[in-house]
Structures are given as structure tokens and as C-alpha cells.
Design a protein around this ligand. Structure first.
Ligand code: OGA
Ligand code: MN
Length: 230
């Protein structure tokens, strides 16, 4: 089993400093436990009602459901339920804290519940294309109580593996999806993967965007020399 470098490295307790330093961070004290439990109950209820649906990859005309890449089921959050509204309020405080400390200019946030059923995974990927300025900061909040990280039968799998680059064989860190854990990382820079889970694995994945008032397509246009950066 991996030792727990996150909890033993004091700098990691300051997630804003860690994020600035390395492009990723893990925080444990952002969302109150009772709210995390309420979110889990809601996610389980929605899953029981078959309200989580197979996730896809790509955008708009390039959208496809590719089971070789990802096998989670999702449902987008909105502020109509009490726990979802409370979660979105907390992520607003995260947005303001990141902007204050790191000047990232985060503007909006979108997030979805996800369940990875036994055998589900998400192959190594980044959450945004380099330079797209589309999704800039990713968050994943985990909702699973007593997640096992031992050997063999004592391992529930499903860790988030964070890599230094696309080819690295060994992750920098494996984050168990334990209730109350919040992972944050730069969407364009950090390759990551969800290892196959052995029991239902619940989370809320989310992305902060910068202001795309010019429209997403123009954000992807090449920036020509002499033009203003977007
Ligand atoms: C994603 C993702 C990671 C996780 O949804 O893009 O990488 O740990 N999720 O669930
Ligand atoms: Mn991802």
C-alpha cells in the first residue's frame, strides 16, 4: 500500500500553496462531513432511480460514448436541491480564494455527480486541451465512507492517479476516493486516471472556467503575433 504522502507532508495541508507550487493539491477540510454525507445520500438515491447516465468524451459534434476511455455515469448538479446548493456555495468560496491567492481569474463552475460501478475506470487524460483556456481548474470531491486501500481483497481500487506527464509509468500520487477528500488540479496540465473500482465509487467532478464572453470557438482560435491575448 502507498504510504500517505499527502497527510505526512505538511506543505500539502495548505492546498492553495500546494496548488501554486505543483499544479495539484488535496484538501480535507473544505466541505463539512455532514454535507458530504447528504451529497452521498442524494447521489445514491439518484443512482437508484437510474438518474445517472453514461458519460461521454469530447464536445458537441465530437461527443461520443467511448467505453474504452471512461465508464462512469453522471448527472449535472444544479442549485435546486439543498445539498447541491450548499456544495455550490462552498465551491464559490473556493473560486474566490483561488482568485485572491493565485490570480487565476476563475469565472464559472460546472460539476456533476459521478458513479463508477465495479469495473468502471477513466483512462489517463487531461481535462482540457493545452491553451484552450476552457476548463482551467478541475476539482473532484469524494463521497465514499471506509474506502479500503490495502492489498488484494482489502483494496477497493478506484484511486485517482496523478501523473507528472503523459508517459510517466508511476503516478506522483494515488488519492483514495474517501469521503471528504477534495482533489484540485490544473485542467490543462495534469494527466490523471481513475483506476478500476471494486465497489460503487461516488464523487462530484467539477471544473472552473475563465470568462469565455468571446465564445468558446474563438477561445480555440490561434493567437496571432501582435494580437491581444484572450
Ligand atoms: C473526470 C475525472 C477523476 C476522479 O471526471 O474527468 O478525471 O477521481 N475524475 O473521479
Ligand atoms: Mn478528468
Amino acid at each position: 500500500m502507498l504510504s500517505d504522502p499527502v497527510r505526512t507532508d505538511p506543505v500539502r495541508w495548505n492546498w492553495l500553496a500546494a496548488l501554486a507550487d505543483t499544479g495539484w493539491a488535496v484538501a480535507y477540510d473544505v466541505v463539512p462531513l455532514q454535507l458530504a454525507r447528504d451529497l452521498l445520500a442524494e447521489a445514491q438515491q439518484l443512482h437508484g432511480e437510474k438518474m445517472l447516465t453514461i458519460a461521454g468524451v469530447g464536445r458537441a459534434d465530437d461527443y461520443q460514448q467511448d467505453r474504452s476511455i471512461r465508464r462512469d455515469k453522471i448527472r449535472w448538479l444544479n442549485a435546486r436541491s439543498t445539498p447541491q446548493a450548499a456544495y455550490l456555495d462552498i465551491m464559490e468560496t473556493v473560486r474566490l480564494a483561488v482568485n485572491r491567492a493565485l490570480f487565476m481569474g476563475l469565472f464559472s463552475y460546472e460539476s456533476h455527480y459521478a458513479v463508477y460501478e465495479p469495473g468502471a475506470f477513466y483512462a489517463r487524460h487531461r481535462d482540457a486541451f493545452k491553451g484552450a483556456r476552457n476548463r482551467v481548474l478541475s476539482t473532484v470531491f469524494y463521497l465514499n465512507e471506509d474506502w479500503k486501500t490495502g492489498e488484494g481483497d482489502l483494496d477497493d481500487g478506484g484511486a485517482l492517479a496523478i501523473f507528472s506527464d503523459d508517459e510517466a509509468l508511476v503516478p506522483i500520487i494515488m488519492v483514495p476516493p474517501e469521503m471528504g477528500t477534495l482533489a484540485l488540479f490544473l485542467s490543462e496540465d495534469i494527466p490523471h486516471e481513475v483506476l478500476s473500482a471494486r465497489r460503487d465509487r461516488y464523487s462530484i467532478a467539477g471544473w472552473f472556467r475563465v470568462n469565455d464572453r468571446l465564445g468558446a470557438p474563438s477561445l480555440q482560435a490561434p493567437v496571432l503575433p501582435g494580437t491581444l491575448p484572450l
